[in-house]
Structure formats: structure tokens, C-alpha cells
Design a protein around this ligand. Sequence first.
Ligand code: IPE
Ligand code: IPE
Ligand code: MG
Length: 254
Amino acid sequence: MSMSLLDKIKSKRLPSHIAIIMDGNGRWATERGLDRTEGHQEGVVAVRRIVEAAIHANVNYLTIYAFSTENWNRPNDEVDALMELMVHAIVKETPDLIKQGVRLLTIGDCERLPEKTRNALDDCLEQTKDGQNITLVLALSYSSKWEITHALKNIIDDAQSKKLSNSDLNDKLISNYLSTAGIPDPDLLIRSGGERRLSNFLLWQLAYAELYFTDTYWPDFNDEHLYRAISDFQSRERRFGKTSDQIKKEQGDN
Ligand code: IPE
Ligand code: IPE
Ligand code: MG
């Protein structure tokens, strides 16, 4: 019997943290003569599918870019529909998330979200806080430049109140002031939908991530696509500035 793709990737080193820019919902819908909102609805189905697939692959952290700071500039009716959809999806999926052992976290400027969305999120965060199988980080009203600006404000405040001095500043400290404090940096970034850009996502945290781009629109993205991305990740040599010889020797030593 031939080994399944899932078995194959599980026999090698897995990415502990995968970050995803889920893109292509609108084009997926438009190409079918549907409203963009219907693409977002299918996008939610895909998120559900990929969370489950990631659990099966023993991924520890999955971060999903669901709504960017820049997305507030979309037409009002699309923004409203997305916010409605999120409330609906969160409320509907919470029991399943609990059952699957998912711990939900959010990053981003949640104060900008409508109260209804925020309340639904807060309930889900509370109810899933003991999830042990995977941490699902939803980036909502998130952008990296917003996050870094926010962190710098807090650093300045803490310096002024003498909680912090110049000599404390290093990259670990900066990481701890970001909304991803305590979460290891992503090993692998996947972007669906064909664009090859980061769109203001996790600029600091992706410093050494492997990048994987696919033309598949997000609503079509399935287990197989995820496992192919992981398999591609496993074929790469992560050198972190060292030479290939050094890396091979280190691997031999383990
Ligand atoms: C990604 O799909 C989802 C969000 C940004 C909310 P898009 O809505 O960007 O889909 P395209 O890029 O227009 O196809
Ligand atoms: C990035 O997608 C944001 C999310 C996936 C939430 P966009 O579709 O908004 O990105 P750009 O504007 O094409 O770069
Ligand atoms: Mg897009």
C-alpha cells in the first residue's frame, strides 16, 4: 500500500506554526457569477476544513489573516457582510472548535470591530481557552504596521514610567510587545489566490519563514493543498544565515 501524503509529511519535520493569507474569495465568486459575499461564505467552509487538516498534521499553531486594516476601505456593504458572516460563523462553530480541542486567539485592532462581532469573539475566546490540540490565531482588523506602531507606543510609555530602559531593548523584548507575544514565529507562510505579496501581514514575525504561494483560490483550498505546501516546506533547507555544510553537520549530530 502506498503511503498517503499525510503519512509522508508526518514522517518528517513538521512546521510548528503555519500562517495563511487566505485570498481569492472574491474572484472565486465573481468567476461563478456569484456575489463576492458568497465567496466569503465558502471561505469560511475552507477555514473549517483547514483547521481540521492542520490538527491531523499535528500543526501546533495556525494563524489566519481574515481581515486587514486596509480591508476597512472596501465598500461598506462588503465590510458589513463580512462582519455579519464572522459573528455567524463564530457562534455556529464554537461547539465544534471546543470538540476539536481548538484554542482560539485573536490579533489585531479589535476595538474597531462592531460590538456584536467583538462580543461573539470574546465568548468564543473564553469557551475555547482550554483547547489543547491546536491554537488558531485569527488576524482581524490586523496589519503589521498597526501592530508595530502599537507596540512602539507601549514601549515608549513603559520607558517613560521607568519600567524599561534603553539597555533592555532587544529583539525578544520587541516580540513581547507585539500582539503575537508568546506565540512562536511562523515556520511557513501560505498565500492562496495567486498574489505574491505580504499585504502588511506579520512583517516582523515572518523574518525567517518559508514562503509558499499558490494560485488556488481560498474557497478551493483543501487538505491536499495544505499537505502539498507542507511537503514543499520539508524539501527546503532552512539555513538561518549559516552554510549548508554547517546545517548538515548539525542534523547529523542530532
Ligand atoms: C480574501 O479574499 C478575504 C478577505 C480579504 C476578507 P478577497 O476578498 O481578497 O478575494 P479577491 O482577492 O478579491 O479574489
Ligand atoms: C489580504 O488580502 C488580507 C486578507 C487576506 C485578510 P487582500 O486581498 O486584502 O490583499 P491585497 O489588497 O490584494 O494586497
Ligand atoms: Mg484579495
